[in-house]
Design a binder for this molecule. Sequence first.
Ligand SMILES: NC(=O)c1ccc[n+]([C@@H]2O[C@H](COP(=O)([O-])OP(=O)(O)OC[C@H]3O[C@@H](n4cnc5c(N)ncnc54)[C@H](O)[C@@H]3O)[C@@H](O)[C@H]2O)c1
Length: 261
Amino acid sequence: MSSENLGGVIITGSARGIGRAIADHLAQTGYGIVIADLDESAGTRAAAEIQKAGGNALFRHVNVADRKSVAAAVMACEEAFGFIHAIVNNAGFNRPQHFLETTEDNWNKIMTINGLGVLIGMQEAAKAMIAAGHKGKIVNTASIASRSGDAEWVPYCASKAAVVSMTQAGAKALAQHGINVNAFAPGVVQTDLWTQLDKDLMDMGISSRPGEAMQNFSQNIPLGRTSTPQDVVGTVAFLISPASNYMTGQCLMIDGGMIMQ
Ligand SMILES: NC(=O)c1ccc[n+]([C@@H]2O[C@H](COP(=O)([O-])OP(=O)(O)OC[C@H]3O[C@@H](n4cnc5c(N)ncnc54)[C@H](O)[C@@H]3O)[C@@H](O)[C@H]2O)c1
């Protein structure tokens, strides 16, 4: 680990899944970690486990769609780790519905958390970086769904396309402050999100047995397997490191080759 203070990184949705893997990895690299999540018990446990493994982490109860809670997490990050080096806007969820039956409620919930939550995270982190004069990094979690619409998850695809658009807008707005804004787009990752999707798709009659939906969705992955959260951590580490200083407004696919651009 480096002896220089690398500052803090806020990772939203890091009590479990992809965010948790990112938190573990960045803690090992020497960043102070803020686990920012709705789930208090898993989030507190994650922070304690990182501490036990020799890292530096704290938990903050955050709803990414609630600006006050995000601003409080930014402040907690600065207090604990000196300054905020990066935010990873990773919290997100999906609830599938048939295209013709997709409701306003489903749209509003998904767009609020996956879309507005990313905008608020970028804004609150950037304001603190600008005030501190720190050339920080913003990383947003997009998805293969940002590049390819799917009949059963219209709002989710729209929200992830919005993440890519906001990444580009944020990159242009914040370049003058030396803040890089990039995104990464996972493919099919084995997390609780997919466990829930699998159940939902069975309830909708789209699949008939556990695991079938994931199997169908991933049978043509060129690299021949689904993803684990571990598959994305190196890219996130790169995107918050000086090695990516000349990159901004980009979305890197980490999907085993599902979408080639
Ligand atoms: N799993 C996949 O296949 C996959 C693929 C592409 C993109 N993604 C994206 O990756 C990100 C992480 O997904 P995951 O698979 O780890 O999901 P997950 O369901 O395992 O974990 C999501 C975490 O986000 C938290 N969260 C949810 N809503 C929140 C809110 N409003 N405020 C704060 N925290 C909140 C949950 O409590 C949970 O800890 C999401 O943005 C998801 O859309 C996932």
